[in-house]
Write a protein that binds this ligand. Structure first.
Ligand code: NDP
Ligand code: MG
Length: 387
């Protein structure tokens, strides 16, 4: 199976750059076929010079000329720009696996294209499964591709399920760090600042997922992601707060046995596992020692203070296009919070309001998801304009 040719979408982000560290450390096993960035042309150029992919995509079309000029001496690398180009390269025959490391709804169409082209997917972009989990899992079955989670919790569960193919899952338990505001009341959350929200205790990640982690929307998105990845009923998914982020998640089987996967919080491990599956590749990542963690603790998540978690469970229960609405509204709300336009608690207010306004569709098509995403964004933007 090696060397595997990797199309890395979102190569300039937190997951993207760590994925390149994994590729660098395993240069006989992985090669890079595609790199993409949204606007960070400088880093994209630097990466392209090092990894010499067949194609690079810069999302922001105004930066096309700069990338093209910088890579003029490298004719083997084609330079493309724009949203449609990402979807086009995702389906090209020169890659074996597509690592979706872009943030947000933008992952949906490239992922669909990659599956339809028969590629395995290493999925970091959880929003794709939140938006269109039913459609994506149907496509994965139809095109018989692999869908390997990169999200650490889902990678943990995926690893625990190896060898358990005949054994039904009773439930899964997703662990949550609780983020920087664990233990705070609603009144206290009303006062928190963007700078505080951007400081995650255990993980160094992109801005959007860092805010989602502080608001527990990230765990809500992960609950929906898990439903589709592992084919679960809603009542089979539990969340427990585990502030040390050492136990990455657990599976409980019908005999009551629990399996967990443990390790230091480092995304390189789940990235490498997803790219290398079914092989475990040697790695020099720092090892976990119990001596450094004499106490691993657990508590209930507070769904009243952190309303997003309750909203995500509700949206999952309503199914249809409701999770797509949840995701779109959250993306706009988080962006507004990052521009200091709304407070921390207003993010969940905007999401809740939007969920009650968008027309419900029980069996959405791909086009329905695209339309739902647009409608939800418009509704939240209109609300914001009135603040
Ligand atoms: P970052 O913000 O660090 O990186 C995002 C990447 O996507 C960058 O390469 C960025 O380009 C690109 N990008 C941004 N907007 C768009 C767009 N509209 N279309 C295409 N590409 C775009 O995010 P993370 O790496 O933190 O997260 C990526 C995904 O992985 C998210 O879905 C997140 O939920 C998931 N994830 C991340 C974890 C982590 O530890 N970071 C853990 C688990 C899951 P540019 O740099 O030019 O802006
Ligand atoms: Mg996670």
């Amino acid at each position: 199976v090696f060397p595997k040719r990797v199309a890395l979408l979102g190569s300039t982000g937190s997951i993207g750059t760590q994925a390149l560290d994994v590729v660098r450390a395993n240069s006989t096993r992985f090669t890079i076929a595609v790199l993409s960035a949204h606007s960070n042309a400088e880093l994209l150029i630097q990466q392209a010079r090092e990894f010499r992919p067949a194609a690079v995509v810069i999302g922001d079309e105004t930066k096309y000329a700069a990338v093209k000029t910088a890579l003029a001496g490298q004719p083997e690398t084609e330079v493309l720009a724009g949203v449609a180009a990402l979807t086009e390269v995702a389906g090209r025959p020169d890659s074996d696996i597509v690592l979706t490391a872009m943030v947000g709804y933008a992952g949906l169409l490239p992922t669909v294209a990659a599956i339809r082209a028969g590629k395995d997917i290493a999925l970091a972009n959880k929003e794709t499964l939140v938006v269109a989990g039913q459609l994506i899992t149907q496509l994965v079955q139809e095109y018989k591709v692999g869908l390997y989670p990169v999200d650490s919790e889902h990678s943990a569960i995926f690893q625990c399920l190896v060898g358990e193919e005949r054994n039904p899952i009773e439930k899964i338990i997703l662990t949550a760090s609780g983020g920087p505001f664990r233990g705070r009341t609603r009144e206290q959350l009303a006062e928190v600042t963007k700078a505080q929200a951007l400081k995650h205790p255990n993980w160094d990640m992109g801005a959007k997922i860092t805010i989602d982690s502080a608001s527990l929307m990230n765990k809500g998105l992960e609950v929906i992601e898990a439903k589709w990845l592992f084919g679960l009923r809603d009542d089979q998914i539990d969340v427990v707060v585990h502030p040390q982020s050492i136990i990455h998640s657990l599976v409980q089987f019908e005999d009551g046995s629990l399996k967990a996967q443990l390790g230091l919080p480092d995304m390189k491990l789940p990235i490498q596992y997803a790219l290398g599956y079914p092989h475990r590749l040697p790695a020099s990542f720092p090892r976990f020692s119990f001596l450094d963690y004499p106490q691993l603790t657990f508590e209930q998540p507070d769904k009243t203070a952190f309303r997003n978690l309750a909203l995500a469970f509700d949206a999952m229960g309503r199914a249809g296009n409701a999770p797509c609405v949840l995701n779109a509204a959250n993306e706009i709300a988080v962006a507004a919070f990052l521009r200091d336009e709304v407070g921390f608690l207003q993010m969940s207010e905007l999401v809740e309001d939007c969920l009650s306004r968008v027309s419900y569709l029980a069996e959405p098509s791909l086009d329905d998801y695209v339309q739902t995403d647009k409608e939800a964004r418009r509704i939240v933007q209109e609300r914001l304009a009135r603040y």
